[in-house]
Design a protein around this ligand. Structure first.
Ligand SMILES: *Cc1c(COP(=O)(O)O)cnc(C)c1O
Length: 432
């Protein structure tokens, strides 16, 4: 399989190059050249297959044969080390819980798949692969945990000192092994700038095999289609139309779903649900795409003002507004509405929504008011314990932390302090 750039369909590269580069040289995003339908028998027998078998078949279909079958099997098995249970919250309203991985958010799927795939490519060469990540919290933990112990790779996480929550910080500063955390005396923007400068530095590039692990990497997108198939494997009533509501920020999660539909999964409709950072719902309403600076909300992993995967979404629909709008609706919600949904669902069903899942729930309910006969699934993208302060305050109740999170909190933080100067970063990279 070849992968083209969304900025130029004639620029095509193999899987290895697409994954190692992340972003195409023309700043486009990589997409698989062909997204054919999977065999009908596969789709009809999903409920008889394991999550791992499903993941392997889908990955093989999208990636082709650049990775040998046995290796790909190992990679998908290592990715699917936890379940994605479908939980009925109300009649015909289900939560697809994507937070049972090591860092308790759906980004674990993408990070694990990407780390295993890069680990495979690392074994094909002599030089260690160094992954640089700048993080304001969540990406750093998912990437660091995904790469932990993967031979031939080393992760360097840069984060702004004092500007991430304790839980987030512990998830990437307590790991040791091939993970190093650089605690930068500066802002998240400083961290991003240092990473960018490193990629432009000829000396560093000759000394190290540098790559990034940001969310636009095709290796993070592809595994995000697996759990849409896994939903159908768990649905009892397979005769009703199924719609998905996806709480969205950079729109990678929903793009995974659009890929699944293109591969033949009978999803009737998508709802993209956002907080007040509503650039895509607004586009669906007005046909005009107007990126703008993001605003802070309680569902902060979705505070994105210029969603990067929008380029992939419109590319999938041949840049036709009509075609995209036929498959996708969008709604935006305020923090007050989000809090109210969390309270109501807890009062009525004793189900604890995190602020992101709550936005997904709201979008689903709004859509189902108009389309009454459907079965609705919203993606629960993070464990409520990840947003402890908000959830405990909104529900006026103590949240029990899952054991995985407790384990991190008990760990010892180890970081390398760094000023925000590039020269200091360069010498640190050589030293650690
Ligand atoms: C990243 C994230 C999102 C947004 O996902 P996108 O793929 O960027 O749309 C939603 N919820 C949580 C908890 C996240 O961490």
């Amino acid at each position: 399989m070849k992968f083209y750039s969304t900025n130029n369909k004639d620029h095509k590269v193999g899987l290895r190059e697409a994954v190692v580069r992340g972003l195409a040289p023309d700043n486009g995003l990589y997409m698989p050249e062909r997204i054919g339908a999977l065999p009908k028998e596969f789709i009809e027998s999903l409920h008889k297959q394991s999550f791992r078998d499903i993941a392997f078949t889908v990955a093989r279909h999208l990636l082709g044969d650049e990775v040998p079958e046995q290796e790909l099997r190992r990679i998908t098995d290592q990715t699917i080390q936890f379940e994605a249970p479908l939980v009925e919250v109300e009649d015909n309203v289900y939560a697809l819980e994507l937070f049972h991985g090591p860092t308790l958010a759906f980004k674990d799927f993408g990070a694990r798949f990407m780390s295993q795939l890069l680990g495979y490519f690392a074994r094909q060469q002599d030089k260690e692969i160094v992954i640089l990540v700048a993080t304001s919290g969540d990406t750093g933990s998912a990437v660091a945990n995904g790469f932990l112990g993967v031979k031939g790779t080393r992760v360097v996480v840069l984060y702004p000192s004092g500007k991430v929550s304790e839980v987030q910080e512990k998830q990437f500063t307590t790991l040791g092994e091939n993970i190093t955390a650089l605690e930068v005396d500066g802002t998240f923007d400083d961290c991003q700038r240092l990473v960018k400068l490193a990629f432009q530095d000829e000396e560093l590039r000759s000394e190290f095999f540098l790559t990034s692990a940001n969310s636009i990497n095709i290796a993070r997108l592809i595994p995000q289609s697996f759990y849409y198939f896994q939903t159908f494997a768990q649905l009892k009533d397979r005769s009703r139309p199924v719609v998905f509501s996806v709480p969205s920020g950079n729109f990678g999660n929903v793009t995974g779903g659009l890929l699944a539909k293109r591969m033949g999964l009978p999803i009737q409709h998508f709802i993209v649900s956002t907080n007040i950072n509503d650039v895509v719902p607004e586009y669906l309403r007005t046909r005009s795409f107007e990126p703008r600076p993001s605003k802070q909300t309680i569902s902060n992993a979705m505070d994105v003002g210029n969603p990067s995967n929008f380029a992939r979404m419109i590319d999938l629909y041949g840049h036709s507004y009509e075609a995209l709008a036929k498959d996708v609706s969008g709604y935006a919600f305020t923090d007050a509405e989000t809090r109210e949904a969390m309270q109501q669902v807890y009062a009525k069903r004793k189900y604890v929504l995190d602020p992101h899942g709550a936005v997904g729930y709201l979008g689903l309910k709004k859509y189902l008011q108009e389309q009454k006969n459907g079965v609705g699934v919203f993606l629960e993208t993070a464990h409520p314990g990840k947003f402890l302060e908000v959830v405990e305050q909104v529900l006026d109740k103590k949240i029990t932390l899952p054991p995985a999170l407790e384990k991190f909190l008990g760990g010892t933080k180890r970081t390398v302090p760094l000023t925000n100067s590039f020269e200091a970063f360069k010498s640190t990279l050589r030293r650690i």
